[in-house]
Design a protein around this ligand. Structure first.
Ligand SMILES: Cc1cc2nc3c(=O)[nH]c(=O)nc-3n(C[C@H](O)[C@H](O)[C@H](O)COP(=O)(O)OP(=O)(O)OC[C@H]3O[C@@H](n4cnc5c(N)ncnc54)[C@H](O)[C@@H]3O)c2cc1C
Length: 344
């Protein structure tokens, strides 16, 4: 059995694990490592420190299906709809752009990380480890030796990297030298937007009286998007209290990128107070810096994957190789899986 390491428990990595488990059940041992404390990556759902049932989506907000992707990825949509992981967006969103005729928006009642958790659950038998930050990858005979920040290196036959492209380029060891000049140039050209997100958690019975569930803010230098997250997800509950998510604009994110989160959080809260003076004081606040938020320039021609070496196999995927949304990650995972299938 080949031992396959997938680096990243975001949507691309979890779907790669699920496809391997479903399609090549007896051929691989699947191991997933993520440097974070839990699953989700940029599809992350944070919980209130005081009440775990009060949650907020700090990254992706909706799953938006164009007619084209609804058709070619219909099996993925059907599976998530059948399990109530996705529900059509029904709450009012002010300023939501209809990018394309016929596009359907979905929300995730249990938080957007429930999509990623579903695929990890479907990868039954895969060993999933958090707090494993990959630092070096060395070629060793017919496989790879993978080092992490703490703990001993481990050996794998195949490695799949699914983190944002700049984090792939930061890896030490042999990855850089094995990459062709053309591949390196393509990866170096990839760019991402940056922004901050705040999650505000409230006590049960707190009322937030606004006529919308989410709203895009125009003409504000700091804040771009606000959602009453439980209302957006049709989840209003008396037991857990509401939650609010705030996304900053990209220019604000870039301007404050190198500052500490603790210094930036009060600036965002102050701006929020100006926009929503009636908003009650939250019980707790979480600030997230998205250094790599959404892809603004992907790998040329959106190949879905890049094979750095075929023997032993080291392949990269993720939204940097397609585009930054649910369908982009599915597309990438399918391309990565096709490479794995042909070599295992
Ligand atoms: C603010 C924001 C809003 C968004 N809005 C939407 C939206 O509304 N709809 C939508 O469809 N998409 C949206 N997106 C984009 C979507 O979230 C991403 O396209 C998608 O989550 C990318 O998944 P991924 O698995 O490719 O990468 P990631 O989710 O980034 O997963 C990569 C994982 O690799 C891990 N990792 C990184 N480096 C290492 C290392 N050295 N060792 C171990 N682990 C490592 C990370 O911890 C991470 O969990 C949004 C993103 C953000 C940030």
């Amino acid at each position: 059995m080949s031992r396959v390491l997938i680096v990243g428990a975001g949507l691309t990595g979890s779907l790669c694990a699920c496809l391997l488990r479903r399609e090549l059940p007896n051929k691989v041992n699947i191991v997933v490592w993520d440097k974070a404390r839990g699953a989700g990556g940029r599809m992350s759902t944070s919980r209130s420190p005081n009440n775990p049932s009060c949650s907020v989506d700090l990254g992706a907000q909706y799953i938006s299906a164009t007619q084209y992707y609804a058709q070619i990825h219909s099996s993925f949509y059907e599976e998530l709809l059948a399990q109530d992981i996705l529900k059509p967006l029904s709450a009012p969103v002010e300023g939501l752009m209809v990018k394309e005729e016929g596009m359907v928006n979905y929300v995730t009642p249990h938080g957007v990380s429930s999509i990623v958790k579903h695929y990890l659950k479907e990868s039954a038998g895969a060993e999933v480890f958090y707090n494993r930050h990959v630092t070096h990858i060395h070629r060793k005979d017919t496989g790879w030796e993978v080092c992490r920040k703490e703990g001993s290196p481990e050996r794998f036959d195949v490695v799949v990297l699914t983190m944002p492209v700049p984090q792939i380029l930061q890896l030490q060891g042999d990855v850089g030298s094995l990459m062709g000049e053309n591949q390196r140039r393509k990866l170096e050209a990839v760019s991402y937007s940056s922004r901050y997100a705040l999650g505000l958690f409230y006590k049960a019975d707190t009322r937030i009286d606004v006529p919308w569930a989410a709203k895009y803010v125009s003409n504000n230098p700091c804040i771009r998007f606000i959602a009453i997250d439980d209302k957006k997800r049709n989840l209003e509950s008396k037991v857990s209290g509401p939650s609010v998510v705030v996304h900053t604009s990209v220019p604000f994110g870039i301007q404050h990128l190198e500052e500490e989160k603790d210094a930036v959080q009060p600036i965002i809260l102050e701006e929020l107070k100006k926009l929503m003076p009636e908003l009650p004081k939250p019980e707790s606040v979480k600030c997230q810096k998205w250094r790599y938020s959404q892809v603004t320039r992907s790998v040329a021609d959106c190949p879905g994957q890049m094979t750095v070496l075929s023997q032993p196999l080291l392949v990269c995927g993720g939204d940097g190789f397609t585009h930054s949304n649910f369908d982009g990650c599915i597309e990438s995972a399918l391309k990565v899986f096709a490479v794995l299938k042909s070599s295992l």
